[in-house]
Design a protein around this ligand. Structure first.
Ligand SMILES: Nc1nc2c(c(=O)[nH]1)N[C@H]1C(S)=C(S)[C@@H](COP(=O)(O)OP(=O)(O)OC[C@H]3O[C@@H](n4cnc5c(=O)[nH]c(N)nc54)[C@H](O)[C@@H]3O)O[C@H]1N2
Ligand SMILES: Nc1nc2c(c(=O)[nH]1)N[C@H]1C(S)=C(S)[C@@H](COP(=O)(O)OP(=O)(O)OC[C@H]3O[C@@H](n4cnc5c(=O)[nH]c(N)nc54)[C@H](O)[C@@H]3O)O[C@H]1N2
Ligand SMILES: [Mo]
Length: 762
């Protein structure tokens, strides 16, 4: 079953290759930022947006979740890719009913993702009635009634699925889950299921909180920072300033990544005059090109070395910390003992002397070690064990819960962490339900709901038939594009609350709705005056975000408003919840959040404080919210993914010109790719072995449990990547990701560990 319309075939006859860069940002990034913003939003609106971006009393960047400095924000506290995200949102081009008259849904499916992105902001609510070929106008009133009626008509609330992407504000997220739980289901899959779920699962068990434990100041003062499985130059560019500061303060940065990413090597800080002249700071003191999925083995090897050194009389471990704060070291050290050097070295692909150097570096000075990671770890089958191994390493030397040391999962979407705090999760803990029930005097459903993969399977099996998305692009973000498309097409109703057109608006249920909403940069004026929302960044800081641009259409509504209108019709007001009243003044939503979730005391007051406030995080003062009240070591077998002879291990990753499924352009500047996205990076020796020449067209087949999936007409690009490894862009390569190949415990699709074979296209 291959449906080519679920992925894109851009024209790529003009592929341009140049050498990969070994430094990031500087003047080229500034030029690129300004040209994106001014061409999309115009000079006045563009400047207005940029000046408010990440400023106190401005709006939170809709791109990544990297925090803003508590003090001393630069006048331009944004990065190239933040500017692209804002340009994309601030564009004045609109998609109106006329547009949908002009193009049928199937014609729109033939257009590329870049083309969709360039058509502008969705400006009117639209419906594709059952059997229709085109979207048509619908009034908001009718759209809300239709949704409520269809949901009410289901035999069981568990036949509905409510997806959330990570841009949704705290206020919208809280109201959304409150409506969904009143309705009677926990089917709340979110993008986090495909993202940092493995981090949440691992850290909750290890240290009692599913979030990171460090602040920006900790990064600045760390002795050693390991950036593993992450490409900050593209995906968290403002992190480079923090790494630069750490280096200036005498810290060391170590990169662990199969690819030599430009942003991990050197950085020209555009906030500094010399940086603008491309003067670079060397960031990494050691760059370890780990074999794909070799990270667990690498961290185990560090533990093994330390144990050997400890056994030979050195004091390596922090015995006081271990005795007072941890459980399970004995079993863990037995597992370490059992791991064989030959296996570990083979699995991680790094020379022993380089691991020794790393293991020594971590012990230098005050052992203030921070490990930062992202998708290169979380989207593997053994992700949870790998992240727990990282926690083990930190526990062995007490590098957690003190200044300059700790764990730092670098979150993706700008409010994905806040959405979780607000209850967007298919299996919230019992205390959350108890608190909801007490505050709102109802009985929330306790049965766990579907996560993303389970939701796809349920729709595929027709166990669920209504799909509602608060943002995101489900069909392209999810694994197994064709399978997921089929699942959505099985639905009777699909609803997309969105800012920009994407493929999930075109691969639909029988009836489909597009409901256009405000983005972060839009001014949200309610009947009670201008509203602001709040977001939680990667370091647990909650702060206000207030858009200031005039919305491109009067027909747009805010997410809380849309939820309240559906809820009024679906649930009706209760003694404790008056939906429209809540949505007409977000202070009221914040008041009910404060009543329900710990850590939000004086929410309205503190949200108005410049810079916001930190949520409580017990680990920072070494209290562990685990059943043992201690931090837990974890013993596991190192189980590195191996492929059959002649096959390769493919990862899917982001180019420099995209935000997840939003494709801004066809270039990947740092990796030396121009005008093409259907490409696969390969080791030159592997190319020789496969008899491939540069830019030759190839078909990629993935292999899983005897099944195959095919992605055709990619171009093979020789690249500095370990032998046996391959890389292609997300979402073009998502057709290759098997829906049921997921990480243990977290159920995150293995989009970085796909077994493939490659042959020339016919
Ligand atoms: N501009 C921009 N910013 C973004 C996004 C975007 O698309 N564009 N997306 C946002 C979101 S939602 C997220 S989650 C983050 C994603 O941020 P990242 O995780 O940085 O994103 P990826 O492109 O998936 O990069 C994965 C990195 O992991 C490496 N890697 C792959 N496999 C392995 C492995 O086995 N071991 C190790 N050590 N490394 C490996 C890859 O080579 C690559 O450098 O960025 C957020 N910010
Ligand atoms: N193969 C592969 N698959 C992956 C990944 C990978 O690395 N490889 N990464 C995974 C990760 S980390 C993530 S987070 C997911 C991302 O999955 P999603 O969050 O589902 O996808 P996005 O592309 O971020 O969603 C973009 C859409 O969100 C809408 N939008 C933007 N801003 C707003 C807003 O303010 N409000 C509303 N209502 N809508 C808005 C726009 O219409 C836009 O088209 O993809 C995952 N999929
Ligand atoms: Mo993500």
């Amino acid at each position: 079953m291959t449906d080519p319309k679920t992925h894109t075939f851009e024209s790529q006859d003009n592929l341009e290759l140049s050498s990969a860069k070994d430094w990031a940002t500087g003047l080229p990034a500034v030029k690129s930022s300004l040209s994106h913003v001014y061409s999309a939003a115009g000079a006045v609106r563009g400047t207005q947006a940029l000046l408010k971006l990440n400023q106190k009393r401005g709006f939170d960047c809709p791109s990544c979740a990297w925090p803003d400095p508590d003090e001393h924000r630069a006048l331009a506290e944004f990065c190239e890719n933040g500017a692209k995200a804002v340009a994309s949102e601030a564009t004045q081009k609109t998609i109106t009913a006329e547009f949908f008259k002009q193009y049928s849904v199937s014609e729109l499916l033939e257009k590329s993702d870049v083309w969709h992105e360039q058509q502008g902001r969705l400006a009117e609510p639209m419906i594709k009635p059952a059997g229709a070929t085109h979207y048509e106008t619908i009034s908001w009133e009718d759209a809300f009634t239709l949704i409520a009626d269809q949901l009410k008509a289901l035999a069981d609330p568990n036949e509905a699925i409510f997806y959330t992407s990570g841009r949704t504000s705290n206020e919208a997220a809280f109201l959304y889950q409150l409506m969904i739980r009143h309705y009677g289901t926990n089917n709340l899959p979110d993008c986090s299921n495909m993202c940092h779920e493995s981090s949440g699962s691992a850290l909750t068990a290890a240290i009692g909180i599913g979030k990171g434990t460090v602040s920006l100041d900790d990064i600045h003062s760390a002795d050693t920072i390991i950036c593993i499985g992450q490409n900050p130059g593209t995906n968290h560019p403002r992190m480079l300033s923090a790494l630069e500061k750490a280096v200036e303060n005498g810290g060391q940065v170590i990169a662990v990544n199969p690819l030599k990413e430009a942003g991990l090597q050197a950085f020209a800080n555009p906030q500094k005059p010399l940086g603008l002249l491309n003067k670079k700071t060397q960031l990494t003191s050691q760059y370890l090109q780990v074999a794909p999925n070799g990270d667990h083995a690498l961290y185990r090897a560090i533990a093994k070395l330390w144990k050997e050194w400890e056994d030979s009389g050195e004091t390596i471990f922090d015995h006081d910390f271990i005795a007072k704060h941890t459980e399970g070291i004995t079993d863990y050290l037995v597992a370490v003992e059992k791991s064989q050097w030959s296996d570990l070295l083979d699995d991680c692909g790094i020379e022993k002397q380089d691991i020794e150097r790393l293991a020594r570096t971590l012990l230098e000075k005050d052992r203030k070690v921070i490990t930062c990671w992202a998708m290169g770890l979380t989207q593997h089958r053994n992700a949870v064990d790998t992240i727990r191994e990282i926690a083990n390493i930190h526990l062995l030397i007490g590098a957690i819960g003190r200044e300059g040391a700790g764990l730092c999962p670098v979150r993706g979407h700008s409010n994905v962490q806040g959405d979780r705090t607000m209850g967007i999760f298919e299996k919230m803990p019992a205390w959350f339900h108890d608190s909801l029930d007490a505050t709102f005097e109802f009985k929330s459903p306790r049965e766990h709901g579907y996560d993303t993969v389970m939701a796809i399977q349920a729709m595929h099996e027709k166990k669920a038939s209504v799909f509602i998305a608060m943002g995101g692009n489900f069909v392209q973000a999810s694994p197994d594009s064709d399978f997921t498309a089929h699942a959505l097409r099985n639905c009777t109703l699909t609803v997309q609350v969105a800012t920009k057109l994407n493929r999930s608006h075109l691969i639909t249920g029988e009836t489909a709705l597009i409901l256009p909403c405000y983005g972060r940069s839009d001014k949200d004026s309610g009947e009670n005056g201008d509203q602001f929302v709040t977001c939680e960044n990667s370091m647990g800081i909650v702060q206000a975000s207030q858009g200031s641009l005039t919305p491109v259409s009067d027909a747009l509504k805010s997410e809380p408003h849309i939820i309240a209108e559906i809820a009024t019709r679906l649930i009706g007001d209760t003694d404790k919840v008056q939906w429209r009243w809540l949505a007409s003044d977000y202070d009221r939503i914040r008041d009910i959040i404060e009543k329900t979730i710990p850590g939000f005391d004086s929410y309205n007051e503190r949200a108005r404080q410049s810079g916001g406030f930190y949520l409580p995080n017990g680990v920072k003062n070494r209290t562990w919210n685990t059943p043992t009240q201690k931090a837990n070591f974890h013993q596991s077998e190192v189980d590195t993914m191996k492929v059959s002879d002649g096959h390769l291990l493919l990862q899917t990753l982001r180019s420099h010109d995209q935000y997840n499924t939003t494709i801004y352009g066809m270039d990947d500047r740092y990796r030396g790719i121009g005008h093409a996205r259907r490409i696969v990076f390969l080791n030159p020796e592997d190319m020789k072995r496969l008899g491939l020449t540069p830019a030759q067209r190839v078909d990629i087949t993935s292999h899983w449990k005897g099944e195959t999936r095919i992605a055709k007409a990619f171009q093979a690009i020789p690249y500095e990547i370990p032998a046996g490894a391959a890389a292609a862009y997300f979402p073009e390569a998502n057709v290759l990701v098997p829906v049921d190949h997921t990480a243990h415990v977290s159920n995150t699709p293995c989009s970085k560990g796909i077994e493939i074979s490659i042959k020339p296209s016919e």
